[in-house]
Design a protein around this ligand. Structure first.
Ligand SMILES: Cc1ncc(COP(=O)(O)O)c(C=O)c1O
Length: 388
């Protein structure tokens, strides 16, 4: 086997830079150093007990085979009921497709929408995989630089400005990774109006929807049945490793998505789907809501603490568990800064480079996926690092 046999795709796709940093952090830990992890984009809570119990029962009762490619009907119905009870939205279960995480949902919807050469508008900074997924389906990602003026989100004026003859739609994430900012509902309606008038499709990634702290939040499904909505059991539901999410599509897309899902994934994990049924039970929601309050308290601790240290966070994030900090006051090389901070003080954060090319050297992402007492120590260490 020669290296030349590996596809060009594999040579151009970039890994998450933070993975190398994480490897270094682990190596330092193995040497006995104390490392505070603020780089990881997953809740530090394990899956809640009701879901674990349901997962065990699924295994004990032999729920280990393939399921329909669109997911088990019970789970599709449970998601529909969740939209009804939590957001007062009526979505038929037939439009809900269970997927292997939001990652699976993103791949299915992009495969369903993109023809070769089609452009899709996205944000920079944004979730790094989106651009790669668009390219997998021979599309062209058009990353629009966003900043504090638009709360790090796309708006309808930007869509008008960047829309071309080849644009097939736009993808927004609310709350966003890495900024935690949201698209207000009125702006989402304006975005939807623009995309529809231009004859395109709107994809809304709502993976952090359950983790909004200052208001009850909304779903883009309230605006129109035409919006393609992505969600996941990973973040709010605390099930990252079970690999389960969902996609809501207009009725006309269901058969095509079913066919794509059969071909690409065949089926999601059966035990994970039966376990996820317990996610929506009141006793589980109670646990998740307590966790949401904990994340809110963490944000309320870390946001002023970082500002006080000299990081500029011009828009207060309303959701997810990230703070995207401008560090131009402190360094012109956020990547080197991350490594120096790790080596000197054992605090691991993610460099802006992982989220695009829009001034990455001046940005860092802090994940508040660790307890407040630990973050207090992290803040002390960062203060010491900055005053060296
Ligand atoms: C904005 C966003 N979308 C999608 C994903 C994929 O998540 P999963 O496949 O675990 O549901 C992530 C993961 O961090 C994310 O931040």
């Amino acid at each position: 086997m020669k290296e030349s046999q590996i596809s060009r795709r594999c040579k151009t796709i970039v890994p998450f830079y933070v993975m190398d940093l994480l490897a270094r952090a682990k190596a330092l830990e193995a040497e006995g150093r104390s490392i505070i992890h603020m780089e990881v984009g997953e809740p530090d809570f394990v899956t809640p007990p009701p879901v674990i119990e349901a997962g065990k029962q699924a295994l004990d009762s032999g729920r280990t085979g393939y399921t329909p490619a669109t997911g088990i009907p019970e789970l599709r119905h449970a998601v529909a009921e969740y939209y009804q009870t939590r957001y007062n939205i009526s979505v038929p279960a037939s439009r809900i497709i269970i997927t292997p995480g939001a990652s699976g949902a993103l791949q299915l919807i992009l495969a369903a929408l993109i023809n070769p050469g089609d452009e899709l508008l996205l944000t920079d900074p944004g979730y790094p995989c989106n651009k790669n997924f668009v390219e997998f389906f021979s599309g062209v990602p058009v990353a629009v630089s966003v900043g504090p003026d638009s709360e790090y989100q796309l708006n309808s004026a930007m869509l008008e400005q960047h829309w071309s003859e080849r644009t097939c739609g736009a993808l927004v994430a609310t709350p966003s990774n890495p900024t935690g900012t949201i698209v207000p509902k009125v702006e989402m309606a304006a975005i939807h109006e623009t995309v529809t008038r231009r004859g395109g499709s709107l994809i809304v990634d709502e993976i952090y929807q359950g983790l909004i702290y200052d208001n009850p939040g909304y779903s883009a499904l309230e605006i129109s049945d035409e919006v393609m909505v992505i969600n996941s059991f990973s973040k709010y539901f605390g099930m990252t490793g079970w690999r389960l999410g969902w996609l809501v599509v207009p009725e006309q897309f269901v058969d095509s998505i079913d066919c794509l899902a059969q071909n690409i994934f065949l089926s999601c994990s059966a035990p994970a789907q039966y376990a996820a049924l317990a996610s929506f039970r009141p006793e589980n929601i109670e646990i998740l809501e307590a966790r949401r309050q904990e994340f809110k308290a963490r944000r309320d601790f870390l946001l002023p603490a970082l500002r006080e240290l000299g990081f500029d966070i011009p828009v207060s994030p309303q959701g997810a568990f990230y703070l995207y900090a401008n560090c131009a006051n402190l360094t012109d090389d956020s990547f080197a800064f991350c490594y120096e901070l790790l080596e000197a003080e054992g605090v691991a954060v993610t460099p802006g480079k992982d989220f695009g090319v829009n001034e990455p050297e001046h940005h860092l992402r802090f994940a508040y996926t660790t307890r407040i007492e630990v973050m207090e120590e992290a803040v002390n260490r960062i203060r010491r690092f900055l005053s060296r």
